[in-house]
Design a protein around this ligand. Sequence first.
Ligand code: EPZ
Length: 427
Amino acid sequence: MDKIIITGGKRLSGTIPISGAKNSALTLLPCALLTDEPLTLRNLPRLADIDGFQHLLNQFGVSTTIAGNRPGDFGRVMTLEAPRITSSVAPYELVRKMRASILVLGPMLARMGEATVSLPGGCAIGNRPIDLHLKVLEALGAEIEMAAGYVRARAPDGGLPGGRYSFPVVSVGATENALMAAVLASGKSTLHNAAREPEIVDLCKLLVAMGAQIEGIGTSDITIHGVPRLHGATYRVMSDRIEAGSYACAAAITGGEITLQHAVIEEMEATVQALRDAGVTVEPVKEGIHVAADGPLRAVNLSTAPYPGFATDMQAQLMALLCRAEGTSVLNETIFENRYMHVPELGRMGANIETSGRTAIVQGVAQLTGAEVMATDLRASMSLVIAGLAAEGETQVHRLYHLDRGYERLEEKLALVGAQVERVGGD
Ligand code: EPZ
């Protein structure tokens, strides 16, 4: 397995191109199932999870072609065509590797009138149930049954009628499945307390470009008027606000100054506010967002929350930054039950963090020291990289496959702004 070796202490400076958003791409890709016409997605990030989803779609009979682009480019153009669906089953061996596979349930049900998807199971950060996905699809008229670790959804003859559902908990994935099922329903559907993440807006904009009729985009009350069919489209995936926030923390912890090219400040206001509260200068510029940390870092108290609150996907990265702030920060992780696995690893680098349940108390320290550390999940591994960039000496981050799921060519991007990083294989 690969590892990354970071020699800390280099001040980051320059420009990092931000890639397409992983968490948008993973819900835009299954939209190919909703039409028999070609769907072309631009600015797709080169990530393991995207490759995995492409493979899953291929085994439904969806053809995928990658348009030529220069090897040095970040991102890819992919055209997906699904004139015929040859299977409506998402098997365990594919789903267990990538829980976002559950996002084929809604579109497959809408297209084929039935879908069978292996239960994704939990992951490192929590048991990740899918009860809300199933409840909202039932509300839209689907029959749901569970058997042998699979969920099987069926629409009545004539397709889903549509319906209304009020989410008891905000769920990004369940909102996405609901939207992709409702767009081809025979009637109207309304979703209350729907997720409002920018990735949901990106999905709605693609669906509208394909001919869907959706009102309330970007709000927690969405109305979808079902249409008989959707047509193909060409669409550019939004920039990755979590990748941008991660590199902002990387620059800040080194006292550096970088431009996050293609980042959109309006999509990451809570992250920007947290960085400003920590003493980091963050300003919109023509090509994206400019981040500079030339003074001492300050402690920050915050809780993660559904958008527009502070993103749970940014918690580990901000925590790494706060390890070097003056004072004590208190963080509350309200979304997932086990999202502090980076804490003991940061502790090995000299960080002073106490956790109790969903609360983490971070005492800033004067110096972090490089160490061998283990990535446990995607965002935790990025927090270790961020700490390593500021740590004295050498940090080795093992189990890099976690990082490759969500950060396109990380070591190349960090090298662009002066970091001393090296990827080595086979540890
Ligand atoms: C999406 O996961 C993201 N993944 C996650 O990013 C992100 O952390 C999460 O949204 C929250 O923003 C993708 O978009 C591929 P949820 P998702 O449904 O949809 C509970 C990353 O690092 N819940 O909004 O699975 C759930 O347990 C990943 O890029 C239910 O109880 O998240 C959690 O506590 C990690 N029942 C809360 O809701 C359900 O049926 C929010 O989960 C569904 C969710």
